[in-house]
Design a protein. Structure first.
Length: 301
């Protein structure tokens, strides 16, 4: 297995992190293993690679002090889980604290694993690594210039001033029919990567939660309410219920728009939404619609 590439993700509430699509295709529906890594990062292994790592560590005698201590460090904090259907994993608090992950996460594909970095931790060691590689003659001057450029791009991504859309702090409640879940999850992830906090039931609701309590609370705390319009949602009793609660809140806001219709598939627009301008995100219009939606958030950020 050969993993490569760099991926930027927003760490979501509760320690949830969206894995790169390329990594998900590699692992399929199998389990992944997350543990403390070197230099202050986390290591994420596919199950097959984890088993190989375990076999290698078994060859270290437990009577060997340094090997025993590293085994304790490496394996005692390890957790395993199967990514959710949305492609997310939940990072336990002890591992979040170890790697000091808080908001923006950089994931690096490194041969047989993903490394999860906080940008400050990575910046501290990157200069030293480049110097060592240059001293060993591993890198040419041209390659060093490229690495410096990559380093500046990474730092720029994590800077609060580099992108207006990344400073958006709006909370967006996304209402949709379960039959349109694939579209809704894609939209939610795209918004999260642009700095928008998204409330979507697939991420927020846990087994045993009360739908009648958590959903109305999510709507009350939201800055915006989006409803994915399709024949499925128009026919959905739950969607109508959530939309009714959202329209009631919009009335309380006295003229400030709250409900944003998002057209996913051509359908009969509900009468109480006919007077609203909808965001057209049907098929090839998706990317344009996404920018329109982000612009709407930014206009009142």
């Amino acid at each position: 297995m050969q993993l490569s590439g760099a991926y930027f993700r927003k760490l979501q509430s509760g320690g949830w992190l969206q894995l790169p699509e390329a990594f998900l295709k590699t692992i399929g529906k199998n389990r992944v293993y997350l543990t403390r890594g070197l230099d202050g990062c986390l290591f994420l292994f596919p199950a097959e690679e984890w088993r190989m790592v375990e076999e290698r560590f078994k060859t270290i005698p437990f009577t060997q002090g340094e090997g025993r201590r590293f085994n304790q460090f490496f394996f005692s904090g390890a957790v395993s889980q199967v990514p959710r259907a949305s492609g997310r994993i939940c990072i336990p608090r002890p591992l979040l604290e170890f790697a000091r992950l808080s908001d923006n996460v950089l994931m690096l594909g490194v041969v047989n694993r993903l490394e999860l970095w906080d940008h400050q931790g990575l910046s501290k060691i990157q200069d030293k690594l480049i110097e060592i590689a240059a001293d060993l003659g591993v890198l040419t001057k041209g390659q060093i210039r490229v690495l410096r450029r990559v380093e500046s791009i990474v730092k720029g991504f994590f800077s609060a001033d580099t992108s207006a859309t990344r400073t958006v702090k709006k909370r967006f409640f996304l209402c949709y029919s379960s039959r349109d879940r694939q579209f809704a999850l894609k939209l939610a992830q795209d918004l999260v990567e642009e700095g928008v906090t998204v409330w979507i039931d697939h991420w927020q609701l846990q087994p045993g939660d009360s739908l009648y309590e958590k959903i109305p609370r999510g709507i009350r705390q939201a800055s915006w309410f989006g409803i994915v319009l399709s024949p499925n949602s128009v026919a959905s009793r739950w969607c109508r219920r959530e939309l009714s609660q959202a329209l009631e809140k919009e009335l309380q806001l006295r003229g400030r728009p709250f409900v944003i219709p998002i057209l996913h598939h051509t359908c009969r627009i509900p009468a109480f939404l006919e007077e609203k301008v909808y965001v057209d995100m049907r098929k090839v219009k998706y990317r344009d619609g996404l920018q329109v939606l982000l612009g709407r958030f930014q206009s009142e950020a």
